[in-house]
Design a protein around this ligand. Structure first.
Ligand code: GLU
Length: 504
């Protein structure tokens, strides 16, 4: 049987990074087993629909390079893949459950339910609509048949609830969690269908997984409590259930609780793949793409949050992940998000980028600043500073001094490095910066000057650097002089002498 898995997000906002990991594991599992991955949009809860969310989901996967075989935006033999467009097909499945005695109509109003809840609270109990309480409620199990029919034909609001059999153990063998066992008498008669003609998540999800021939349901641990109901629904319909695998949670960096939407911007890292502009509140949440992460790095570090290959290998391309992936190596316990590790992966993938690709990122930045340099100069500059770049967004910050002279000087560094006599020494040293000398000759002359005048090496070299860069960062001083050229180097030296002047 061909492996078929799905990623089934609800378009209720931006895609959480945990959702991206779920989709990634589904992708890896499908590709490892020569199977298909579907993208189904679960939008039956119209009240939670957020405009733009579906487009956001599709664009995120495009950026990450995760390709679906069927689904929204692609099509396929089971189209449509958006549940709101499948609305009409769910009713007959709800009717089938009613006929078979696995479901019943319930007419309780919100106020009735609230009153019941209060009644239970008063005796320190929690109300649940279940095998023990359903006969105290207003439903087709308690009302005469003609009364039920009358209410429905009068257009009264109703829901269809699942009717758990009494005292039956539901046992599900989860591929990650192992055996999950619960007694039906403890379970809530969940709503499957509403009189507005919409199925709830549970009914639509199970019906679609069956119709779309899904063989494995791989999803987040938060759906584990739904498993008994889903397993019972398969049984009620007489369908073979898919295998279930519930993924461990993504935890906050300190391990204290689930990584939430709010954590990212609070703790300095995004929790969404792309930047998200909330259409209602206007709030902006940061995204990995805009923060300068490479998709390869995001894929690599996410894959390792909850899975390991069992070897020492840490860097994996998407294809290598496919090759090594197995559900057995997914851990049961939650995985802590590790910002330093994410940065480390990104740094690695930036070092793997050809200089020309980094130069392509820099060229528009230079153009926006009206700076024009030959391509080979840009390439050379990028190669010089690449090692210091952790995020593509840092490129300019790390190399600006290669392409424009500093217009100010770091005051702390000036205090520490620019002493009485520095202008004089730098003026003397500038005489060695000359076209007629090679870089290594310039180096030797400067060293000789420092030694013969018994000067402090660090101080002179750093004041020189300060003049060229504006700060005390940057590559080897003579590599920098070579890059800038004699004229630019001298111009910068004299400018600094002029601007900073004599200090104590
Ligand atoms: N629509 C559900 C969600 O938003 C899908 C859960 C599942 O995969 O069954 O996560």
């Amino acid at each position: 049987m061909k492996v078929r898995v799905r990623f089934a997000p609800s378009p209720t906002g931006p895609l959480h990074i945990g959702g991206v990991r779920t989709a990634l594991y589904n992708y890896l599992f499908a590709k490892k087993n020569g199977g298909d991955l579907l993208l189904r949009i679960e939008d039956t809860d119209q009240g939670r629909f957020v405009p733009g969310a579906e487009e956001y989901i599709i664009e995120s996967f495009k950026w990450l390079g995760i390709k679906f075989d069927e689904g929204v935006g692609i099509g396929g033999p089971h189209a449509p893949y958006r549940q709101s467009e499948r609305k009409d097909l769910y009713k007959k499945f709800a009717d089938e459950l009613l006929e078979k005695g696995f479901a019943y109509y319930a007419f309780d109003s919100a106020a009735d339910l609230e009153a019941k809840r209060k009644e239970f609270e008063a005796v320190k109990k929690t109300f649940q609509y279940d095998v023990n309480t359903r006969l105290q409620m207003c439903n087709s199990l308690t009302l005469p048949k003609d009364e039920v029919e009358k209410r429905i034909s009068n257009g009264e609001q109703y829901v269809i609830r699942f009717k758990y059999p009494e005292n039956e153990d539901v046992v599900v063998d989860d591929l990650i969690r192992g055996t999950v066992k619960i007694n039906t008498s403890l379970l809530d008669d969940k709503v499957l269908y509403k009189s507005d003609g919409m199925p709830t998540y549970h009914l639509a999800n199970v019906v679609d997984d069956h119709l779309m021939e899904i063989t494995h349901v791989i999803r987040g641990e938060e759906w584990l409590p739904s498993v008994p109901l889903h397993a019972m629904l398969y049984k009620a319909f007489g369908w073979e259930a898919p295998r279930f695998a519930h993924l461990p949670l993504l935890l906050k960096p300190d391990g204290n609780g689930k990584l939430s939407k709010r954590d990212g911007d609070r703790l300095g890292f995004p929790v969404f793949p792309l930047e998200w502009h909330d259409p209602k509140s206007g709030e902006i949440s940061s995204g990995y793409r805009e923060k300068g992460y490479l998709p390869e790095a995001v894929i690599n570090f996410l894959a390792l949050l909850g899975w390991n290959s069992g070897t020492e290998q840490e860097f994996f391309t998407l294809d290598e992940l496919v090759e090594n992936f197995s559900i057995e190596k997914i851990s049961k316990s939650g995985a802590k998000f590790d910002l330093e590790k994410a940065k480390w992966f990104n740094h690695h993938y930036i070092q793997q980028m050809p200089d020309s690709a980094l130069a392509d990122l820099l060229t528009p930045v230079l153009a926006a600043k009206n700076l024009s340099f030959p391509q080979e100069k840009v390439l050379k500059g990028v190669a010089m500073i690449k090692e210091r770049v952790h995020f593509t967004t840092e490129l300019w910050e790390q190399c600006h001094y290669l392409f424009e002279a500093p217009c100010s000087y770091d005051e702390q560094a000036v205090k520490k490095r620019w002493k009485h006599g520095t202008p004089l020494h730098l003026t003397e040293i500038s005489k060695f910066i000359d076209e007629k000398y090679s870089i290594s000759q310039m180096h030797d002359f400067v060293m000789d000057y420092i030694q013969s005048n018994e000067l402090n090496m660090g101080q002179i070299m750093n004041s020189f650097r300060l003049a060229l860069v504006g700060e005390t960062k940057g590559p080897d001083l003579f590599t920098l002089i070579d890059f800038l050229g004699v004229d630019e180097t001298k111009k910068r030296l004299f400018k600094a002498i002029d601007v900073i002047g004599e200090r104590e």
